[in-house]
Write a protein that binds this ligand. Structure first.
Ligand code: ADP
Ligand code: MG
Length: 301
């Protein structure tokens, strides 16, 4: 199969591993920087151009679209979808997952457990908003933050009020969330491919830090997850419409709580900690599922 990997950098671990897995399985991979792709969106014959050339028709597309290029990246992916290529994750599902609030609303509607979370616009509503999230200590998050940047722990009501006020003053969209203390600075990353959790790791924050992101110095280790955690992760990915997802869970006294569902989960931490060939499993999933025009997005937008 001809497989395009939408990635800005060929040298990234995840990109390299996907290229390798394609080659090992006899496919033809091509890495495409979405920001160097362009297209005539009004043409009845959809194509994508790349650095002066017309790209061939691909059988499948593996989107690895960074948070900062979601808007342009999903537009390019949509164009490939219109050309009939099979997207590993669909453009609509990626856009949906990039908005934390929208994601939590979708998940809660279907009964997925999550930390109590509030959202408000007006500073006058801050006291009630804090109550809604269960009072201090609580976590304040930028809606479109990533890699732990824009996630703040406010230990007291006073601190929470000032941080929320400051964010609101900057016109930033935030949500206010119950702090799950018993998680002890750790979370569980479940790597979902299709209807299975193919690998799971526990990420532990550095001492003195509550955010377990590997980008914030967290460390990863192999973990055995419970059937309930497994089922929750698969259901969450499914609700988001993602075939491949990194579902992050907090272990709380009331069971697994979903914190976020990531549509371009990194491979380095999970493959290194588990020794599993996750890239190979992703390509295996494409081999089983890729068919021309097999996308729900086609013609919908
Ligand atoms: P990002 O998208 O920036 O990774 P997250 O929502 O995943 O933002 O939060 C970053 C980290 O902060 C999580 O991995 C987790 O360790 C910690 N964290 C986030 N929300 C909570 C919470 N409600 N309770 C306890 N820890 C949390
Ligand atoms: Mg996270």
């Amino acid at each position: 199969m001809k497989i395009a990997i939408l990635s800005r950098n060929k040298k990234l671990y995840s990109t390299r591993r996907l290229v390798e897995a394609c080659e090992q399985r006899g496919h033809e991979p091509m890495v495409i920087d979405v920001l160097r792709s362009y297209m005539n969106v009004a043409s009845s014959n959809p194509e994508v151009h790349f650095k002066g050339d017309t790209l061939p028709n691909f059988d499948a597309i593996i989107p690895r679209i960074g948070a900062s290029v979601t808007f342009y990246g999903t537009a390019v992916l949509r164009q490939f979808e219109m050309m009939g290529a099979y997207p590993l994750n669909e453009s609509v599902a990626i856009s949906r997952s990039r908005d934390k609030l929208r994601s939590l609303q979708l998940l809660s509607r279907r009964g997925i457990g999550m930390p109590n979370t509030g959202f408000a616009h007006d500073p006058d509503d801050i006291p009630d908003l804090i109550k809604m999230a269960g009072g201090a200590p609580l976590v304040i998050k930028l809606l479109e933050g990533t890699q732990g940047i824009g996630v703040v722990l406010a230990e007291t009501k006073k601190a929470a009020e000032s941080v929320i006020e400051a964010f609101m003053g900057l016109k930033a969209n935030i949500m206010v969330q119950e702090y799950i203390k018993e998680a002890g600075g750790s979370d569980i990353r479940c790597f979902v491919v299709g209807d299975k959790v193919v690998a799971a790791i526990k990420r532990q924050a550095q001492p003195g830090e509550f955010r377990s992101n590997l980008h914030r110095g967290g460390s990863a280790s192999l973990v055995k997850i419970s059937p309930q955690e497994r089922a929750t992760a698969v259901k969450a990915a499914n609700i988001m419409g993602l075939n491949v997802a990194g579902v992050d869970l907090l272990r709380s006294e009331r069971g697994p709580l979903v914190m976020e569902v990531n549509s371009s989960p990194g491979l380095e931490g999970i493959e290194t900690a588990t020794g599993k060939d996750v890239a190979g499993m992703i390509i295996g999933f494409i081999e089983k599922n890729a068919k021309p025009h097999r996308t729900r997005t086609r013609g919908k937008g």
